[in-house]
Design a protein around this ligand. Structure first.
Ligand code: GLC
Length: 376
């Protein structure tokens, strides 16, 4: 299914209405993803605001943060109405036991900028969520906040983690061993995930999102501590630019840190020293650039596979974030990213992700976060 160009807004509105659930959140897809996911819901909140429904925008953000624990940790999945679902797997009922990129900082700041009234408590919870990552998470050798599991980055099967996968990446095996990784997570007394000696990864993309969401919240609250922490992370990322590979690299013993991926350019959201080089890499059509948004993995990487989950397709939410980076910096690649995101969303029928050169749909169709195409 493709969506006629003039109908993008109507198609997104229809999809969002169909995916809205009475509990006050939007499912990414009715059958493939029938629960609430953290960063998806932050993006949904922005889409609802764009569609003019401030109530749903606030309700969805509130629902993400409602399951926050006393340390500030926010689980990445909530099993509304079915607390027993996957409870054995996560070791707790109702939610998962790991997190995802803290995009609630951007969502809260954007709602404020759009004049949507949001309760102070929501902003405070968002600050606590970012502070949890800044203050309680184990750091890598070079000072980056670590993730305890690939799923925490949101970029599940990224070739960036192939160096960790025993025997090298193979989809089924990766699935299997990723479950086992939960066994080595170290938890706070209250059950918040703090470290994982078996996956101590300082992901450049994840850290860029931690720092940027801290800055977004500092803009709303005037909290200098958040701004300072963001500046420290930015400095750590400055040390991780690889000029040869034109990417920021991850830190830690379990990664293939120099694989060129779109999320590896998320430090362009910050005032990083090599930001313009990052934007240049985004525009390079032999690598990550293209007519339908940023390819998830650089076309020149041995791991590149344009149809395989996280191994090459365009991911609309990553393209949106890179567009925010470029448009705020006034860089011309913003125009290409915006045109590409809209074209890919239309041609793929609002798919979860799509082929970078043909926009052939991949994954769940339609997927809620692809409504982000309305914002660019
Ligand atoms: C997949 C993605 C993850 C997303 C989830 C729901 O697991 O890798 O980033 O949050 O689907 O859309």
């Amino acid at each position: 299914m493709t969506v006629p160009a003039g109908d993008l807004r109507a198609a997104v509105a229809t999809m969002m209405a169909a995916h809205w659930r009475e509990g006050g959140y939007t499912v990414p897809h009715g059958s493939v993803y029938p629960w609430q996911w953290l960063w998806d819901s932050c993006f949904h909140s922005l889409i609802w605001a764009e569609l003019g429904d401030g109530d749903r925008a606030v309700a969805e953000l509130a629902n993400v943060l409602a399951v926050q624990d006393e340390l500030g940790f926010v689980p990445h999945m909530t099993y509304h109405g079915d607390p027993a679902a996957r409870a054995d797997f996560w070791g707790r009922p109702g939610t998962s036991s790991i997190t995802q990129p803290p995009v609630y900082g951007h969502a809260a700041a954007e709602l404020v900028r759009r004049g949507v009234a949001i309760p102070d408590e929501l902003v405070e919870r968002a600050v606590d969520g970012v502070r949890f990552l800044l203050e309680h998470r184990a750091r890598s050798t070079e000072g980056l906040v670590t993730v305890v599991h690939p799923w925490e980055t949101g970029c599940d099967d990224s070739p960036r983690w192939d160096g960790w996968c025993p025997g090298g990446y193979e989809r089924a095996r990766f699935r299997e061993v990723k479950g086992e990784l939960l066994a080595s997570v170290e938890w706070s007394e209250g059950g918040a995930p703090l470290a994982n000696p078996a996956f101590a990864v300082g992901s450049a993309g994840f850290n860029a999102l931690v720092a940027w969401n801290a800055l977004e919240l500092a803009g709303v609250t005037g909290d200098d501590g958040l701004a300072t922490a963001a500046a420290d992370l930015t400095e750590a990322l400055d040390g991780r630019w690889s000029g040869d590979r034109a990417t920021w690299t991850d830190d830690g013993p379990h990664v293939s840190g120099a694989v060129r991926t779109a999320d590896g350019l998320l430090p362009t959201l910050l005032l990083t020293r090599d930001r313009d080089e990052g934007f240049a890499a985004l525009g390079d059509r032999t690598g990550l650039g293209g007519p339908f948004g940023a390819a998830g993995t650089d076309r020149r990487e041995p791991a590149y596979d344009p149809t395989s989950y996280w191994r090459g397709p365009v991911w609309p939410q990553v393209t949106y974030l890179l567009w925010v980076a470029a448009s705020r910096a006034g860089h011309p690649v913003a125009g290409e990213l915006a045109t590409g995101l809209r074209a890919g969303a239309l041609a793929s029928g609002l798919a979860e992700y799509w082929h970078p050169d043909t926009a052939a749909a991949g994954g769940a169709v339609p997927q809620s976060w692809t409504g982000l195409a309305l914002l660019v």
